[in-house]
Write a protein that binds this ligand. Sequence first.
Ligand code: ADP
Length: 335
Amino acid sequence: QLPNRVVAVAKAKAMPAAKAVQKEKEPPPQPPSVVYEPPSFDRKDGAAYQVGKMLGKGGFAVCYEGYLAGSKSRRKYALKIVRSKMPSKMEQKFQTELQIHSKMRHQNIVQFLRAFSFENCTYLVLELCPNGSLMDMVKRRKGLTEPEVRFYSIQIAGAIKYMHAKGIIHRDLKMGNIFLDKDMNAKIGDFGLAALLVTGRDMQTIRRTTLCGTPNYIAPEILEKGKKGHDHMVDIWSLGIIMFAMLTSKPPFQSSTTDEIYRRAKNRDYEWPKPETSNKYISEEAKDVVATMLEEAELRPDPDTIVQHDFFLSGYIPAPSEMTTKLRDYPPEGD
Ligand code: ADP
């Protein structure tokens, strides 16, 4: 069940949104050096967060590091900040995010801790992922090794299994939405496009909202009308794209126009780097498991089936501690 506080925040913000249709995109909010969480039923005296460095900007949010003022542990969090008055489209995205993200509890999903309003902004207190996104790392490293790809694919497949079991389709899985915690574990973040799997849902609406996202990761059936019953398989498609991109450092249908990306996705028009022109060796097992995920929706494997593929069974899977020491200290670009 959703904490009442979260529902209250979401509802309070719903009202002014309709009026607040803005033409110009406002810059993301800048928080003061201390933000105050108002008193609530489980924190009677409220709380104060010391705001630290900026972590990154998204479509409508900005994230800063923060810690509870006066706490001994100095445990750091990510404060995701959005203006309380947003254009209605973003408002809807943000409400979905609050409602769905706050219900998730899994080791490979960014933990949602609290939400509150302060000075015209809504703050989400999230588990901090201090090592950037999977996209940053894959770009920096120009692709990962197969053992590393196994490690991350198993973690992401586990999170997908959990979400689907709860009736949630993420719909926006991509490397830029997968963050790395202090131990270099993958954590799915950003539930802005997630949907509750309910029967009779308006597929048209879902199609419209999903098409606002990155075209590279979008499953072809989202573009086609009248396909029903395998909606959650769009996340498996995205995992296939993510695996291809982790292995080769770019998504399989990358093109200069969105239409071309869609056309290529529909025709499964992709190529693995050729051994003669690339120094990357990609195993047949890796190619095969990705191909199964890019099948028609009803043929795609579920997360349990994926991790039982030969790619995972016949190759080395690093221990978490190996990932930490090898990857975390890998010099970032420009260092
Ligand atoms: P939006 O929903 O507007 O796209 P994001 O959720 O992508 O916003 O967050 C914007 C940026 O903030 C991300 O690209 C990332 O750099 C950073 N960020 C988001 N969540 C976290 C987190 N839990 N830990 C660390 N950085 C984060």
